[in-house]
Write a protein that binds this ligand. Structure first.
Ligand SMILES: [Zn+2]
Ligand SMILES: [Zn+2]
Length: 251
């Protein structure tokens, strides 16, 4: 399984990082986990043939996780995509879809066939040679999903947006690579929204993966990269790295 970090940034403007997106691909299955602004451009930089895309999973409907879905649909249409794109998202996809497809961009509605599946809090999706399981996260009042992807005995977990969350720790049990958000530095922040380095250190200790990749990193996290990695590494033997756009992980 090859995993490409397409976007490792947040909604703060960052010239080196676009918004959230991960490509997971095997020989015969290709899926996106989140599709924030800039992800489509990163796919073209990879020279990825979007006509091979099987499915898009959207963790939640904050703009930095879904903004490029419509540009993707337009590009698929222009590329002659002749399959049905599978879209998996929390139930709020219904209102979002009504707004964008039936009101804002009606001209796109019939151009690409989309089959939407509502992701319940705990859902297992067999897709080609991948198995993708979900859990709820802790992200304010926003109904959000974390994803665990399995292939050939290997396991990857992506937290999406969350404060420290017991459900994700349980979902990630046995994971090889944990891609976890680290949105802001230690300090006083709104409760139940995002994860700080010290909080991630405690999560890392419990999950005990072989590698931890920080994503959804704000400019202040990047500026303090060495200190952040030192903090996250305190309670784990895992290799801890800062994710970068277009970084490739093999597992
Ligand atoms: Zn969010
Ligand atoms: Zn976000």
């Amino acid at each position: 399984m090859r995993v490409v970090l397409l976007g490792t940034g947040t909604s703060y403007p960052d010239s080196n990082r676009v918004q959230s997106g991960i490509l997971v691909e095997t020989e015969n299955t290709r899926v996106l986990l989140d599709i924030g602004s800039g992800v489509l451009h990163r796919l073209t930089q990879l020279q990825f043939d979007i006509r091979l895309l099987d499915a898009v999973f959207i963790s939640h409907f904050h703009i930095d996780h879904c903004a490029d879905f419509l540009p993707l649909c337009q590009s698929l249409w222009l590329s002659g995509y002749d399959r049905t794109l599978k879209l998996f998202a929390p139930p709020s996809v219904r209102e979002w879809s009504r707004g964008v497809n039936d009101i804002a961009f009606t001209y796109l509605r019939e151009k690409v066939l989309i089959e939407t599946t509502l992701l319940q809090e705990r859902h297992v999706v067999p897709l080609g040679d991948l198995s993708i399981a979900t859990s709820p996260t802790l992200h304010g009042n926003y109904d959000t999903r974390a994803f665990r992807v399995e292939h050939g005995g290997k396991m990857l977990t992506y937290s999406s947006d969350t404060a420290p969350c017991r459900d994700i720790i349980e979902l990630a049990e046995g994971t090889d690579i944990l891609i976890h958000e680290c949105n802001w530095l230690d300090g006083v922040h709104p409760e139940g929204m995002h994860t700080s380095p010290s909080e991630l250190a405690r999560i890392a200790e419990e999950i005990d993966p072989s590698k931890i990749v920080l994503t959804h990193v704000s400019p202040e996290i990047v500026e303090n990269k060495d200190k952040v990695i030192e903090i996250v590494s305190r309670r784990t033997n895992a290799e801890v790295i800062l994710g970068e756009d277009l970084m490739i992980l093999e597992l």
